[in-house]
Structures are given as C-alpha cells and as structure tokens.
Design a protein around this ligand. Structure first.
Ligand SMILES: Cc1ncc(COP(=O)(O)O)c(C=O)c1O
Length: 497
C-alpha cells in the first residue's frame, strides 16, 4: 500500500446487516421442513420464534466475505502486536479438531479418546514447564491467573495464615493485578530495576509476613528474561511466600528452560498464544494452570484420573480443591489444537520455534534501534519495546506511527504498554514471519521516520486506506453509542474526523 495514498479504498462502504438484505422467498435453506413441523410450532409459541433473514446463499457468502475484508487478520500479513504472540496457526490443527468435532454425541469409546488426548496434553505441558500437576480447564490467560491466585489463597489458609498481599512488578502483564484483586488479595506494585528486570534485593525489601506471593511475568512485558528469578524464588520460599509465574510468554523459552526448575510454584500458560490456536476477539482460549506437588491438592475439580485398567475418569473427590472454574473439559477444542501443534512440531520443533521467535525480534530490534528510541538496552527475547521519543520533536506520537503502519499493510504493534515506557511501541514479530516480511516492516518503519523528519503533516491523520479512518477517540469516549443503529442514523462524520 503506497504511503501517499490519501483516498480511502473503501469509499463510504457500510456493510448492511443480513436482516436488511432480507426479502421474502429468497432463503437458502436446503433442508426440507421437518415432518412434524406443525407440532413443533405448537410447542414453541410464535412470538418466541427468532426472526431469521430470508436471504440467498450467494448473498450470505458475499456478506461474510466482505465483512472479513474490512478487518485485518494474521492470514493477510504481519501482526506484530506485542504480548499477544500473533503467530500463524497451522491449518492441520483445525483439520484434526474438525474430526473430533464430528464425534458428537460422544459415546464411551469416543470419550476415552478425548480424555486420553487431553491427558497427553497435560503431560506434555508438565514436561515443558517442569511442573508436577496441571489443570486444563481455565479458558484464557487471565482465567488461569485467577485460578492460580485462588489456589495460593487456599494454600495459605490451609496452614492457618492470613497473608493478604501479592507483589506485582511494574513490568507485569496488565491482567495480573486484576486477577490478584478478584481472588481477594491486595496488590502491591513494585518497581523493576534500572535494567528492566526485578532484582532479588528489591523483592527482599518488600517481603514481610503478609506477602502471600510474587506474581512475575517472565519473560516480562519488555521482552526481558527475569535474570534473578531463582534467587527471588529462594527468598520468597524463606519468607513462606509463593512464586507465581505468568507463563503466557512461554513462546520465548519453551523447550529451552523450564519455570519449575527456576523455583516457580504455580503458573499458567496461554495455549492460544503459544500452541497455535487463534488468539483474538476474547477467545475461546486456553489457560492451563500448572503447580508443584505442594499445591496439587488445591487444583480445580474435576481431576482427570486413570484407573488400573487404563480407563480415564473425571473425579470430584478432592476435598481441598478450589472447586470448579469452568464447565467440564474447559475449551476442549483449544486443547485438541494445542496437542496437535505439539505432536506435529515435536520437542525439537518447539525449541526451534522459541529460538526463531527470539531471533526475529532481535533482527528487528537491531534494524530499528538507531532510528527509534530504545529505552532499555538489556538483551531481549521474543519482543522489544521502542518509544516515540525521537519523533516527538516533529509532533509525531506513538499513535501516529501505529496508525500509519496500517496504511503500509501491517497490524500496528501494541501501543502505550508497558506503562514503564512512555509512548511505548511493543513489537513481537513471532517465529512464523519470513525474512521478507521482516524486511518489509523495517522498510516501512524507516520510511515513517523519514517522513516524520521531512514532512510530518503526511504522517498525521492516518490511516487513510481502511474502511474507518482516524477515529476521534475523545468524541467516541464522550458520545458512547452502545446499541446498534443503522449507518445512516449514526452518520459517518460522528466516528471519523
Ligand atoms: C503476558 C500475558 N499474561 C496474560 C495475558 C492474558 O491472557 P488472556 O488474554 O488469554 O486472558 C496475556 C495476553 O496476551 C499476556 O500477554
């Protein structure tokens, strides 16, 4: 997409709802009316019947195809959204899952196949993370964090203590403090050291008899490995506190180093970031929680067990458990996709994926570090953070750079996060981007920086090539439209400058 494009490629296009396209007699229903439809209608009063659009197959397909083109997806191009690990999701995972989906309703034999598959996944995760036991049920990363914090709360109570505080560094993921609070803890924010990682001496200063745990995102949101994690684990344990690791960034270390070996007591992983299940729109995801032996009895129920004849069962008989956190089997489709990913790439494959994710991020960092401000020079793994400091003199901000990248055909990086970097641009290319795409991204970033120097006016008021151009965020925040109205009654001028 040329940068000097100023005319929207989607002039005035507002996709109508299917119900608007509907007109009587066009329906694409291919199945005949059920034999006893009259009886069914009697069972369900007419006023409760849903109003479905009457629309032909070709119009339906075109509607959804047009909608999909209004969005940007990982199958279209690079999506370097830091902290989200937007990697390519292998299509084989969808293919295998579709075979599982076909066994519905599942008989006893099919259930055994499903239970044995997810049991295998749990074993793989324990091995990769160096942990002793696992619950696969949490439905997302933040849900895993909450489950982990509930486990720690119960473990603290079980020994008659009333520790109320969890330490959370300023480089933690944004969901961490929220999960602690929802689990009933008080969150105490602690600063990271000058090199972007948490130091043992700093943790020591904040430890007292009230601290239940430290919640450490590792690698953290600057992409930096927490180098003092083992010493931190030791001093926490000496204080009777637990080390919780937000393992959502496992993509950087899987197959190379294991949190369990670093002294971590409890952690979660994000299957939808690391093991090739789509990540977006809020789910469905998978946030399995892994614990050391000491915390195993508190894991959620049901627990997956195998009897002496080799059959799998789900058991509720765990009196110390925190209880159920999801309907039985969690988001089982995501679990099957993660297992497929692991079986298809194997142990060498995950190691190579982690190493390549780090290599790709470091390639970009090296290419861009002179042109953009690099606030932390500590070596990074799978992602890195730049800032807009060098472009600020020309009046260009992080938001302008991110929006301009859309006109260059990229999804923008994460912006204004982590909070320790003002004007942050957090870039995570992942291992699945080819060198050509990385080069295209560096060319685009260099070009933007050049335009900031020579004529910053053309960088503002972007994007221009998207269905919705630059949004007036202040106006949008002050004039919330929370219910659907057709395009004419909203008026495009209300949402676009
Ligand atoms: C480091 C980290 N922790 C936690 C989460 C929360 O995960 P989820 O969005 O699945 O709730 C994310 C999300 O990407 C993350 O990057």
């Amino acid at each position: 997409m040329p940068f000097d494009e100023t005319v929207s490629t989607f002039p005035e296009h507002r996709e109508p709802l299917l119900i608007t396209l509907s007109s009587q007699g066009k329906n694409s229903r291919l199945v005949p009316e059920p034999f006893d439809a009259g009886d069914l209608d009697d069972l369900r009063p007419a006023e409760h019947l849903p109003v479905l659009p009457d629309i032909s197959e070709v119009e339906t397909i075109r509607h959804f195809t047009r909608l999909s083109r209004l969005n940007f997806g990982i199958d279209q191009g690079m999506y370097p959204l830091g902290s989200c690990t937007m990697k390519h999701n292998p299509k084989i995972s969808e293919e295998i899952l579709s075979r599982f989906a076909a066994i519905h309703p599942a008989d006893r034999r099919a259930m055994q196949i499903i239970l044995s598959s997810i049991h295998t996944l749990a074993g793989f995760l324990q091995e990769i993370c160096g942990m002793d036991a696992c619950s696969l049920w949490p439905a997302a990363g933040a849900h895993g964090e909450l489950t982990g914090m509930m486990i720690i709360k119960k473990a603290v109570k079980a020994v008659g203590q009333d520790r109320t505080t969890v330490l959370v560094p300023d480089t933690a993921h944004g969901t961490n403090p929220a999960s602690c609070s929802i689990a009933g803890f008080i969150t105490k924010n602690i600063p990271s050291g000058p090199e972007g990682f948490v130091t043992a001496s700093l943790v020591q200063k904040h430890l007292d008899g009230d601290v239940a745990a430290l919640m450490l995102t590792n690698p953290n949101t600057l992409g930096i490995f927490e180098q003092e994690i083992s010493r931190i684990a030791t001093i926490l344990h000496e204080n009777g506190s637990y080390l919780y690791m937000d393992g959502a960034n496992l993509n950087a270390i899987m197959g190379i180093s294991r949190p369990g070996d670093m002294g971590v007591d409890c952690m979660h992983v994000n299957l939808h970031k690391t093991f090739g299940a789509p990540h977006g729109g809020g789910g469905p995801g998978g946030g399995p929680v892994l614990v050391k032996k000491t915390l195993e009895r508190f894991l959620p129920v049901p627990r997956l067990e195998r009897d002496s004849s080799g059959l799998f069962h789900l058991s509720l008989h765990y009196p110390d458990s925190i209880g159920m956190v999801h309907s039985t089997l969690g988001n089982v489709g995501v679990l099957i996709k993660a297992l497929t990913y692991l079986l298809s790439v194997g142990p060498d494959g995950i190691r190579k994926a982690a190493a390549t994710a780090c290599l790709n991020a470091n390639y970009l960092k090296k290419k861009l570090r002179e042109t953009f401000d690099l606030p932390y020079d500590t070596p990074t793994l799978h992602e890195f953070v730049l800032s807009d400091r060098k472009q600020k003199d020309a009046g260009i901000t992080t938001m302008d750079i991110a929006k301009m990248l859309m006109d260059a055909g990229f999804h923008p990086p994460t912006v204004h996060f982590p909070l320790v970097v003002p004007g942050a641009l957090m870039i995570e290319p992942t291992e699945t981007e080819p060198l050509r795409e990385l080069q295209r991204f560096t060319d685009a970033m260099e070009r933007i920086a050049e335009m900031c120097r020579s004529g910053p006016g053309s960088v503002r008021n972007r994007p221009q090539s998207t269905p919705v151009t630059r949004v007036d965020e202040v106006h949008a925040a002050r004039n919330l439209v929370l219910t659907w109205k057709d395009a004419e009654s909203i008026g495009s001028e209300q949402v676009s400058k």
